[in-house]
Structures are given as structure tokens and as C-alpha cells.
Design a protein around this ligand. Structure first.
Ligand code: SF4
Length: 370
């Protein structure tokens, strides 16, 4: 049987994928992409909410199939990037994000600490590298960094980068001057999540607006730093809010190179943790979570989609579906800032079971622009 006949006869093989010449690389670094399923459509930033809602509404297996096709077109299938996240300044944050145990408004028992010393951070980065991490993310519970903190932050970025790790920082809102300082230090990514849809955002945070967040993303982009921006699902929002969340990111002038999708970890003493406790909404439905990953993958084909907080309470099967849907990055280690995480041993076992290996090469979107 020729390969052409096999493709025609095999309902499980996409003839569009198989029609690609054998000489074509296993993932494309060209800025071409996949729209709703056509392998030749351009990367789109003009998605409408109706189109995104239609993707969410697809039969689950159809959505998964389309997302997996997009994923394989742009990313090495079977490779998942390992990242480590460290809280370099914990607690005492003046913002009132309703999901966060580090807010001063939360009665969560998280104690406020000072900004860590440079050497202490570098030691933790070295451990992360030894454990196989490619990327080291650092978070400080601030509304924004003070100018007096910037020299230490710059030293940390330079030190972690010198170890050959990709660097990401999340420090709150940034001025253009602060963004420039971080860019000069060589920071690879800045994380600033939009959290949810513009409508639901206002019910979760009152101390800064979605527009403030987008301003920081603009400053980060203008400084030449890669943008990491995503959000949290399972905060009591509706499907329409999840549509609005993906729509906001997928219609930015340039897609974020990195899109973390978190499942809420409801913490006692936080506004959302207490509001959702004991209700059916205390945990996002697994299939709906995977749908969100799949729609993010289809609408932002080249971005790294990061399976972030909430993984610890997900079954192996849900995580496997999320990888199939296009998630290609996880955080390793026992903790995510202050929330529990799956832990290296569990992840190693899961990778072995699923036949996954850590991402070895560069991130496609960054490689395309190098
Ligand atoms: S999410 Fe960040 S900004 Fe919001 S309260 Fe927590 S530490 Fe502060």
C-alpha cells in the first residue's frame, strides 16, 4: 500500500498534514499559522469573539484534533519545556487580587518577606538548572518595583542569565524606564497576566485596571522584552468570560510569546477561595480547562502555552489531554510562589508514562524572530 492510499484510507490521519513534503521540518519557524484549522492561514490578531466562542463550542474531540494539528505544525510534538518559579519577595502585596494569598487583604497566613539576596536567588537558579529547567521565573509580590529595588533586580537577571537559563520576572506594573533597565540587563520575558476577560477582571481586582495591565505590557513590548501574559480559569467566571480572556490576548498587536493558563487554586482566606469553597465552582471542570488550552493554542499558534498553577490537583489524564491540546510548558518543583505544585518526582513519572521529553531546542516564536 502506498503512503497516499494509506492516508486516504485512514480516518485518523489528517491528509493535510500528510500532504506536507517529507523534507519539511517537523515544526515551522515561519510566521505562518493555522487559524481555525487551515494549515496555510496567516497568524491572526483579528479574531472576533464569535469565532473564539465557536471554537469553544466545537465537539471536544474535534477541538482537540484541530489544536493538536496546529501544535504539531509549530512545535516539536512530545517536547515540553520545564520551568522553575521562585518567589523572590513574598506576601504583603497592596493589590487586592481576589485569588491571591499574598495580598494584604487576604487572611491566608502568608508572611511578608523582604526581597531575596542576589546570591540566594542564584543558588536556587543553579538547583533549578541541575534539575533540568530551561527557564527560571521569578516573582515579587509588589504593586510595582521601587526604583531602589531595581539595581538588585538587574543583578539577579544578569546572574541567572549568565547560567544559561532563560529568565522571566513578574514584579507588577512597570514604567517605560524600568522596562528599559530590565531589557538592558538581558531579561528574556516579563510576565504580567491579564487574568480574565475585561468584564470579569473588574470583579476580581479593584486596585488596578485591565488598562493598567495592558499599559505595562505595552511598556514591556516597547523595551524589546518578550511578553508573558495569561490568566486564571475557574474563578467563577462564565464560558463567555473565558472567550473574552482568550480574545483579549489573541487580538493584541502581537501575540504574547508566552501564555500561562492557570486553574485557580482556591486558598482559604482569599476572596475567591472563601467565595467558591463548598460550591460546584470550587474546581474548574477538567474538559472546560482543556478546551481553554486548545482554543489558546489554535488562536495563538506560535506561543508557548504554559500549564501553570492548579496542575497539582489535575489527574494524569487531564494533563495528558492538555499536552495534546497544545500545552507545552510546565512548572516543576514542589511550589509555585506560595501554592503547592506537582513536584519533580511526579513529573518525571508522568513524562515517562506519556513518552514526553523536556524541550531541548529554542521556543519557535523566539527562534522565528531571532
Ligand atoms: S497576584 Fe500579584 S499583584 Fe495581585 S495580590 Fe498577588 S502578588 Fe499582589
Amino acid at each position: 500500500m502506498t503512503s497516499e492510499t494509506r492516508v486516504q484510507n485512514d480516518p485518523f490521519v489528517s491528509s493535510e498534514v500528510e500532504k506536507r513534503p517529507a523534507s519539511e521540518p517537523r515544526f515551522s519557524t515561519a510566521l505562518e499559522a493555522n487559524g481555525t484549522g487551515s494549515l496555510n492561514a496567516q497568524i491572526r490578531t483579528d479574531w472576533t469573539r464569535a469565532e473564539i466562542a465557536a471554537l469553544f463550542d466545537l465537539p471536544f474531540t474535534e477541538l482537540l484534533f484541530r489544536a493538536a494539528e496546529v501544535h504539531r505544525r509549530h512545535h516539536p510534538a512530545g517536547e515540553v519545556q520545564l520551568c522553575t518559579l521562585l518567589s523572590i519577595k513574598t506576601g504583603g502585596c497592596p493589590e487586592d487580587c481576589g485569588y491571591c494569598s499574598q495580598s494584604v487583604t487576604a487572611d491566608s497566613g502568608v508572611e511578608a518577606t523582604k526581597l531575596m539576596d542576589v546570591q540566594a536567588v542564584l543558588q536556587r537558579a543553579a538547583q533549578a538548572k541541575d534539575a533540568g529547567s530551561q527557564r527560571f521565573c521569578m516573582g515579587a509580590a509588589w504593586r510595582n518595583p521601587k526604583d531602589r529595588d531595581m539595581p538588585r533586580i538587574v543583578e539577579i537577571v544578569k546572574g541567572v542569565r549568565a547560567m544559561g537559563l532563560e529568565t522571566c520576572m513578574t514584579l507588577g506594573m512597570l514604567t517605560p524606564a524600568q522596562a528599559d533597565m530590565l531589557a538592558e540587563a538581558g531579561l528574556d520575558y516579563y510576565n504580567h497576566n491579564i487574568d480574565s476577560s475585561p468584564e470579569y477582571y473588574e470583579r476580581v481586582i479593584t486596585t488596578r485596571t485591565m488598562a493598567d495591565r495592558l499599559d505595562t505590557l505595552t511598556n514591556v513590548r516597547a523595551a524589546g522584552i518578550n511578553v508573558c501574559s495569561g490568566g486564571i480559569v475557574g474563578m467563577g467566571e462564565t464560558r463567555e468570560d473565558r472567550v473574552g480572556f482568550v480574545h483579549t490576548l489573541a487580538t493584541l498587536e502581537r501575540h504574547p510569546e508566552s501564555v500561562p493558563v492557570n486553574a485557580l487554586v482556591p486558598v482559604k482566606g482569599t476572596v475567591l477561595g472563601d467565595m467558591l469553597a463548598g460550591t460546584p465552582m470550587a474546581k474548574i471542570d477538567d474538559i472546560e480547562f482543556v478546551r481553554t488550552i486548545a482554543v489558546a493554542r489554535i488562536t495563538m499558534p506560535m506561543s508557548m502555552v504554559r500549564l501553570s498553577a492548579g496542575r497539582e490537583s489535575m489527574s494524569e489524564a487531564t494533563q495528558a489531554l492538555a499536552f495534546l491540546a497544545g500545552a507545552n510548558s510546565i512548572f516543576t518543583g514542589d511550589k509555585l510562589l506560595t501554592a503547592p505544585n506537582a513536584g519533580d518526582d511526579k513529573d518525571g513519572a508522568l513524562f515517562a508514562k506519556l513518552g514526553l521529553v523536556p524541550l531541548a531546542g529554542p521556543e519557535p516564536m523566539r527562534a522565528a524572530c531571532a
